[in-house]
Design a protein around this ligand. Structure first.
Ligand code: 26Q
Length: 821
């Protein structure tokens, strides 16, 4: 085995022992789930030693630690990833094969850890992987939701949500750390009191408490022995005994505290890029922030007595505004518990917190009503008020007499607490997640803040981990690459540029396309098993997988499919390269138009897939329950990557990078990181279309455009749009898609028509799709472009992103772990 800690015989012996201990079974009696559990415990055993060694090294070296605070960690599955990282995947695969088990099947026994919605949550997971691989000391801090992202079923074409009871079979990799529990307080009131020295002191009374109990999960890095920790918090009632003792009097409170603990971590909010001002959500935020900050300070104080130097040993990175109550919670602890005066506390806070912005969508901005915020977190609210008072003074000093600035920048305004403003005021760094996104923040969304504090602003273009999205998800391509350029790419993705010399090599092109074909066969089988639809792996696999959102424009994609279908029906003789359009998307449970779009995709799929007359030229497939695990398969099998958001709306995107890495060509707008993808691979190896971000912003400033002009003049578009309301796809319910039709053509009280410029971009999109087809017909040209996409993906490793965070923001040093110590 490559990992000297792994010995095949010993490994299998441990699996056998674990089977006995856990299930009283022998190998030949065990089912796949039991094997999964036994193998996972065996892997955990190996990891534990390295984890201990890392802890020991951290203790001795006392490094600065980054605490990555995030409401979401979309981890996917752990087993395969851990095997990859400890470099034992192939060996364990063989060992299991010897006893008649397929590792792939065993891996499928693990439920996805779906503790996140989409991009932001998956980014956090990639960052943990890179931090561990690079050897930087880090904690991921989050919530151990009992139910993660809902499981999606498609019934009669509609999305149906099922609870994700991911912990049902237990979680072999987690470790409960009851001894590290922390108390978190909600509600009540605050009063003043003088202490023995006559100093006034805050007393918080009448509150409800919950006990935050951490579960630690080991985060393996590739190859190295450094194991970091993901710490996710569960909630338990503080005073479990009080319920039984009626004489204590406060029976009511005890019941309330029980309920609070039960509800707090019950479920992940399934909104992506959309803020819903739910009280429980704010409770979740404060709950995990307070527990995490308390734990970090406790750790610091074990070794250091001067709390004013906290920033030398800790940095809190806020993953969007969701944990931005950190700023106030840290102030509370520094002032109320550590006794610092305000100014000193503020300096410490400001040197310890950093904020990442992930969106410019106005509807995603978190604003909490003062009433709710102050009732739930009375002391925290007082502190936010004081932060705001001082911040407003600062604004006035910079812009004397300019009341507009205060209106736009204040933290508390118009009855609301603006979390982004709190995060910016309290942080030393504010970053966007792709070059274009950061520029838009500086020039538009956060212009006033940028002008007042330009030095805080910086860009960190997102990245992805090649260990999961190539090495694990695409074994064939990974091996092919290693055969050509060695294995260094696994920890240095820029090495991929060495593949450029193969772009025009006939044999390499053949091999590359063959691998793609095999991966397409694998997905074709998945589709046959799950959808009962047979698709041709020789057709172009054109894939759009991401959360369903109007700005991501799945609607543009399906309207274009409807158009193609019309064209093929009208011109059956026309040459048309067969195409399989694959969609995967979850819609937030309350997002009506998004759910209707899913129904539309499925209705179109039903008609087209069953129309014999078009001779399988088009197939449309909706992948049920899109998640990290089936994503890995899909990226590996894609020819075409759909990245077609309205320019300026997608902060970065990360799926775009995963497709590119696996040799898919992008059809997309100049939005988010697409801009940088094209910079790397060359515009001739992608299909770029549509309005630019500047143009979109221009239109928006002028009140939009009139989609009716397009409707009136373009018969192709008109025909497609009429099919939304004439029962073409749903004869029993001709009006079914009326709302989609209206969203494109009618101005509403809340929004103008075609807010996302779908009709405006339609023609150019259709034309770009024609270019896709022409390019694909030339297999050599396509293979060259595909190889170049992989070869030019080096920039998009999260290793690069993390190194930039370390150099510019966190200033961390690597931990050196010596296993023999
Ligand atoms: C906020 C308040 C209440 C409930 C939910 C939310 C909420 C939850 C999730 C708001 C936003 C999100 C998720 C946002 C997100 O995933 N943004 C994406 O982040 C990626 C990583 O930076 C980018 O690549 C994507 O462009 C961006 O859309």
């Amino acid at each position: 085995m490559q990992n000297e800690l792994l010995n095949k015989e010993r490994f299998m012996q441990n699996v056998k022992d674990n089977l006995k201990t856990l299930y009283r079974r022998n190998m030949d009696e065990a089912n796949p789930q039991q094997i999964f559990q036994a193998v996972s415990y065996t892997v955990k055993d190996i990891i534990i030693d390295q984890w201990l060694a890392t802890q020991k090294a951290m203790d001795e070296q006392d490094p600065k630690i980054v605490y990555y605070l995030s409401m979401e960690f979309l981890m996917g599955r752990a087993l395969g990833n851990n095997l990859i990282n400890i470099q034992g995947y192939k060996e364990v695969e063989e060992a299991l094969k010897d006893i008649g088990f397929d590792l792939n099947v065993i891996e499928d026994e693990e439920r996805d850890w779906a503790l996140g919605n989409g991009g932001l949550g998956r980014l956090a997971a990639c960052f943990l992987d890179s931090l561990a691989t690079l050897g930087y000391p880090a904690y991921g801090c989050g919530i151990r939701y009992k139910y993660g992202m809902f499981r999606q079923a498609i019934i009669n074409g509609y999305q149906v949500e099922w609870p994700d009871n991911w912990l049902k079979n237990g979680n072999p990799f987690e470790l409960k750390r009851a001894e590290r529990a922390k108390e978190v307080k909600f509600g009540g009131y605050v009063r003043w009191e003088n202490d023995e020295h006559g100093h006034s002191k805050f007393i918080h009374e009448g509150y409800q408490s919950v006990l935050a109990v951490p579960y630690d999960v080991p985060i393996t890095g590739y190859g190295d022995y450094n194991i970091n920790t993901l710490r996710i918090w569960d909630a338990e009632p503080m005073n479990i005994f009080e319920l039984e003792s009626f004489d204590k009097g406060d029976y009511q409170k005890a019941v309330q505290e029980q309920n609070l603990a039960k509800n707090l971590v019950e479920v992940l909010y399934p909104n992506d890029n959309h803020y819903a001002g739910k009280e429980l959500r704010l409770k979740q935020q404060y709950f995990f922030v307070s527990a995490s900050i308390q734990a970090a300070i406790e750790k610091y104080k074990k070794k250091h007595d001067d709390i004013r130097k906290l920033y030398e040993k800790a940095v809190f990175q806020l993953n969007d505004t969701h944990p931005s109550v950190t700023v106030a919670e840290l102030m509370r602890i520094l002032i109320d518990e550590e006794g610092l005066p305000w100014d000193e506390a503020w300096e410490v806070t400001n040197k310890t917190c950093a904020y990442t912005n992930h969106t410019i969508m106005a509807e995603a901005l978190e604003k909490w009503p003062i009433e709710l915020f102050s009732r739930l977190l009375p002391r925290i609210y007082q502190i936010v008020e004081e932060i705001n008072r001082r911040f407003v003074l600062e604004i006035q000093k910079n812009y004397p007499g300019d009341s507009k600035k205060i209106e736009k920048m204040a933290i508390i305004y118009d009855g609301q607490v603006k979390m982004a403003h709190l995060a910016i005021a309290g942080s030393f760094s504010v970053n966007g997640v792709a070059h274009l996104h950061t520029e838009i923040l500086k020039k538009k969304e956060l212009k006033d803040f940028y002008e007042m504090m330009p030095l805080k602003f910086n860009n960190k273009t997102n990245g992805i981990t090649q260990r999961r999205f190539l090495l694990h998800g695409n074994h064939l391509l990974a091996d092919w690459i290693s055969d050509r350029i060695g294995k260094e790419w696994i920890t240095d993705l820029t090495q991929l540029s060495k593949l450029k010399v193969y772009a025009e090599d006939k044999k390499a092109q053949q091999e590359f396309m063959n691998i793609k074909y095999k991966n397409k066969e694998r997905v074709a089988k998945y589709i046959l098993d799950h959808n009962g639809v047979s698709v041709n792996p020789r057709s172009i696999f054109d894939i759009q997988v991401k959360r369903l959102h109007e700005y991501k424009r799945q609607l543009l994609n399906i309207l274009h499919v409807m158009h193609l279908y019309n064209v093929i029906k009208e011109h059956p003789e026309m040459d048309f390269y067969p195409r399989t359009f694959i969609f995967g998307a979850k819609a937030a449970a309350g997002y009506r138009i998004a759910k209707l779009t899913i129904k539309l995709i499925n209705a179109v799929a039903d008609v087209i897939n069953n129309d014999k007359s078009i001779q399988n030229k088009i197939k449309v497939v909706f992948i049920e329950d899109y998640n990290v695990s089936n994503a890995e398969l899909l990226f590996a099998a894609a020819d075409v990557s759909e990245q077609i958001s309205t320019a300026s709306k997608e902060a970065s995107g990360t799926g775009n990078m995963k497709f590119m890495l696996n040799g898919a060509l992008t059809i997309g707008t100049l939005d988010g990181a697409n801009v940088e993808i094209v910079e790397e691979v060359g515009i001739e190896n992608a299909f770029i279309f549509g309005l630019t971000a500047d143009e979109v912003i221009q239109y928006e400033q002028n009140g939009g455009y009139n989609p009716m002009d397009i409707f009136n003049h373009d018969q192709d578009i008109r025909k497609v749009l009429m099919q939304l309301i004439n029962g073409f796809y749903t004869p029993d319910e001709p009006e079914l898609f009326r709302d989609i039709y209206n969203s494109l053509l009618n101005t509403h009280s809340t929004s103008r028509a075609d807010t996302y410029f779908i009709l405006k971009d339609f023609k150019e999109y259709a034309h770009a799709q024609k270019r896709v087809e022409e390019h694909y017909r030339n297999q050599k040209a396509w293979a060259k472009s595909a190889i170049l996409n992989t070869a030019c993906a080096g920039k998009f490793s999260s290793d690069r992103t993390i190194q930039e965070y370390v150099d510019d923001i966190w200033k961390l040093k690597k931990v050196v772990v010596d296993l023999d110590k």
